[in-house]
Ligand binder design. Structure first.
Ligand code: MN
Length: 205
């Protein structure tokens, strides 16, 4: 059964960018609920037990029809949030990998353009969802998904994702999603993004 992964910092560690109350509720309530519901589903779907979330989401066609919705939403919720927590840090490292720097420069012009593209995708996401930097066929691109849908269900490999559900920012930023995005970039730990970019076998959750 799945468990809430360890948060690698305290609830207030990302202040003032991400406030302690949001962190606490987001992690202990929202993320925990995805895990509880995923576990409830797996209790019934015995054939799926023992698989990583990543492998469950990678091929939703293998999931019995009655469980697909729950695995997609709650498995996606677990996977996406695990990546989200780990991509942030109170001591964020800057982008250093020559391979990733060169790929970003080649694809987006520069890091600032990449950030703008992700912000645009995040702002255009109507309702709840995520914006991502992903890889497909070895190529970097920006995409957005609805609800807890994960890029890995589309055969993509996300290496950075921003949660734009209102629960991720409403307490501090209310309707100002753009301000949350600007703040979020301050706590992005590029060493984690680089690890995902360089290691194709890494299992997030
Ligand atoms: Mn969330």
């Amino acid at each position: 059964m799945f468990e809430l992964p360890i948060l690698p910092y305290s609830y207030d560690a990302l202040e003032p960018y991400i406030d302690a109350k949001t962190m606490e509720i987001h992690y202990t309530k929202h993320h925990q609920t995805y895990i509880n519901k995923l576990n409830d589903t797996l209790e019934k779907a015995t054939a799926l037990q023992g698989l990583s979330v990543q492998s469950l989401l990678s091929d939703l066609s293998q999931i019995p029809e009655e469980y697909v919705e729950s695995v997609k939403n709650n498995g996606g919720g677990h996977y996406n949030h695990t990546m989200y927590w780990n991509s942030m840090s109170p001591n964020p490292k800057s982008l250093e990998s020559p391979a990733l720097i060169s790929d970003i420069t080649h694809t987006f012009g520069d890091l600032e353009n990449l950030k703008e593209e992700i912000n645009k995708a995040a702002l255009q996401r109507f309702g709840s969802g995520w914006a991502w930097l992903s890889l497909f066929n070895g190529k970097l691109f920006v995409e957005s998904t609805l609800n807890q849908d994960s890029p890995i269900s589309l055969g993509h490999k996300p290496i950075l994702g921003v949660d734009v559900w209102e629960h991720a920012y409403y307490l501090k930023y209310q309707n100002r999603r753009d301000e949350y995005l600007t703040a979020w970039w301050n706590v992005i730990d590029w060493s984690y993004v680089e690890r995902l970019y360089l290691d194709s076998a890494i299992v997030i959750a």
